[in-house]
Design a protein around this ligand. Structure first.
Ligand code: G4P
Length: 550
């Protein structure tokens, strides 16, 4: 049912060379695959990451990749956060080579309180792998994250995990994925049995059977080529019953699901599905082999002035993550830059567009599975970590002089709001600086009420309040307290006509609920869903946006 047309073609996305050295440069771009793995916690993201690294020879044994998830019921949340922060710098980018392809896996926190971190990281990936637990099916976090990817047309491959356990029927699951995630799927492998009866998978993509032995130490699987599904070979291999069932199921699948088409996948219109068991290292090799063939090399990116292509000669890149240094004595931070175009070179001058300032970096870090090291040159698709003393904030753009800014790193309306108060008047400078830097890092959002200048912190999860309090004290020597505040949502205001009577009336009547975000944009803080709806109805010429970028 799956036709491999177009697949094994040259991956090149480039036209004729346009500058000297272009050939080598094109080769470097073409060999890169930068992606993220997304899932609901516990579906198996960490286990799959680890198995992928094993294939790449980047780590030697299982257990080397530490999960950065916040454990439920951890004894002390902030200690857990500190532990997690330490790990998350180590696992932010995991790079390795596999079959001459440079793979960059960007880590995405699974915990829902850190969802915004994950959304931002998704602006730096060129594709994603979605992991789904065969027994649990589509879960809440998967829905949210897939929605973001779908909106941005990010190519997605689905990996259904834990086939060694009893779970949902394959067709039922594929249906669920289509309905809940609003995707169009096509299986590229198909399970033979499940749980206790799990015999292996038929690889539709490679046309072979991979038998399950349940031996996780096996890193190279033995597959049996089956060129004709009707042949007795299949019966001998998996038994008459299983062979007949498989034939029926594959026939059905062929009738129901579209043929795999790489362009449709690359445009985000079709999502291939693989089945396996990450823990048992089963089905992972198939996933990886297909991934390196079909997943896109670095993709062009939209900026405020134009679309920038990776093969352009001049360097451009943007900050998608900032990680504060773990050592409170040295307040330097690591800004993670995704390279969009051109070569990034050590000690070369680049323009920090927002600050209109030239900067050069003597020790840019590149990340590998178990270490980071200083690199001289990096290419589109790569992530470099730059030491920063407070110049960067999320979304900042670096170029070779062109004044363009990358789009697509919006702030979402927070879910939780509290007033923040200074608990130590002697340390107000420290508090201000701390809040400023933590907001630049994207830990939370700060709003200042128009009416009285009071500061409000908005977060995605309740955990962040604890993070902020703890980090203000330990990294900045400042103390804060919180005060509850009844806000349902923050919406960014856009007026059709700022001089209109309607807008003036809105500002007067709602003065108490108006604030500015950190960049000075006007925000309406609605205290309930009802009052938001009423306000929207009353002022039809005003737009209430749920993200800061519109
Ligand atoms: P996450 O990063 O998505 O949160 O998930 P993680 O890989 O940590 O996996 C969650 C749990 O599921 C782990 O068990 C892991 O061993 C298990 N798991 C992952 N893949 C498979 C699979 O293919 N089959 C089965 N049966 N289990 C799988 P845990 O008990 O929570 O943790 P641990 O003590 O094993 O580390």
């Amino acid at each position: 049912m799956v036709h491999t047309k177009d697949f094994h073609q040259n991956n090149s996305i480039f036209a004729a060379p346009i500058f000297a050295g272009m050939k080598h440069y094109q080769k470097e771009i073409n060999k890169r695959r930068t992606f993220g793995i997304i899932s609901h916690p516990d579906a198996g993201k960490t286990t799959l990451t680890e198995k992928l690294l094993l294939f790449g020879g980047a780590i030697q044994e299982a257990g080397a990749v530490k999960s950065n998830k916040i454990k439920k019921g951890a004894t002390s949340d902030f200690m857990e956060i500190e532990r997690q922060r330490g790990i998350s710098v180590a696992t932010s980018v995991l790079a390795f080579e596999y079959r001459d392809i440079k793979i960059n896996i960007l880590d995405t926190p699974g915990h829902k309180d850190f969802a915004e971190d994950t959304f931002r990281t998704l602006t730096a990936v060129d594709s994603v792998i979605v992991v789904i637990d065969v027994a649990k099916g589509v879960e809440e976090q998967t829905e949210k994250l897939v929605e973001v990817c779908r909106m941005r047309n990010i190519p997605m491959i689905v990996f259904i995990n834990k086939l060694d356990r009893e779970g949902k029927d394959a067709f039922e699951l594929l249906d669920e994925i289509e309905q809940k995630l609003n995707l169009t799927v096509t299986p590229l492998s198909f399970p033979i049995g499940m749980g206790y009866d799990f015999k292996g998978i038929y690889n539709i993509w490679e046309k072979n059977v991979n038998l399950f032995t349940g031996d996780p130490r096996k890193d190279i699987e033995e597959t049996v080529k089956i060129s004709d599904l009707k042949s007795d070979e299949l019966d001998e291999l998996i038994g008459d019953n299983a062979a007949d069932t498989l034939r029926d199921e594959l026939e059905l699948a062929q009738g129901v699901y579209p043929e795999f088409d790489r362009d449709a996948y690359l445009e985000g219109r079709l999502q291939p599905v693989f089945f396996g068991s990450a823990l048992n290292n089963f089905g992972v090799r198939e996933l990886l082999d297909c991934f390196i063939k079909i997943a896109p090399p670095p993709r062009p990116k939209e900026s405020d002035t134009r679309l920038v292509k990776p093969e352009e000669k001049d360097f451009t890149g943007f900050v998608f993550k900032i990680h504060a240094n773990m050592d409170p004595k040295h307040r330097d931070r690591l800004a993670f830059i995704k390279i969009v175009s051109g070569k990034f070179e050590r000690n070369k001058n680049y323009l920090h567009v927002r600050n209109n300032k030239n900067m050069k970096f003597s020790s840019p870090n590149a990340f590998f599975a178990e270490k980071k090291e200083i690199v001289d040159v990096s290419y589109p698709g790569d992530i470099v970590g730059l030491h920063d003393t407070g110049n960067f904030k999320i979304g900042d753009t670096l170029t070779e002089g062109e004044t363009l800014m990358y789009k697509g790193i919006p702030s979402f309306s927070p879910e939780h709001f509290r007033y923040i108060n200074n608990a130590d008047p002697m340390k107000s400078k420290q508090l201000e600086k701390g809040i400023d830097q933590l907001m630049d890092e994207g830990v939370a959002q700060l709003f200042t009420l128009d009416l009285n200048g009071r500061k409000i912190i908005g977060t995605v999860g309740a955990l962040q309040f604890e993070v902020i309090q703890y980090r203000l004290e330990h990294e900045y020597g400042a103390k804060c307290t919180y005060e509850n505040l009844n806000v349902h949502k923050a919406t960014w205001i856009e007026a059709e006509d700022e001089k209109s009577e309607e807008f003036k009336d809105f500002k007067r009547v709602k003065a108490k609920y108006l604030a500015k975000d950190k960049s000075g944009q006007m925000v309406f803080l609605a205290d309930s869903q009802f009052s938001l709806q009423m306000t929207q109805q009353k002022y039809p010429s005003i737009k209430f946006h749920f993200t800061s970028e519109f």
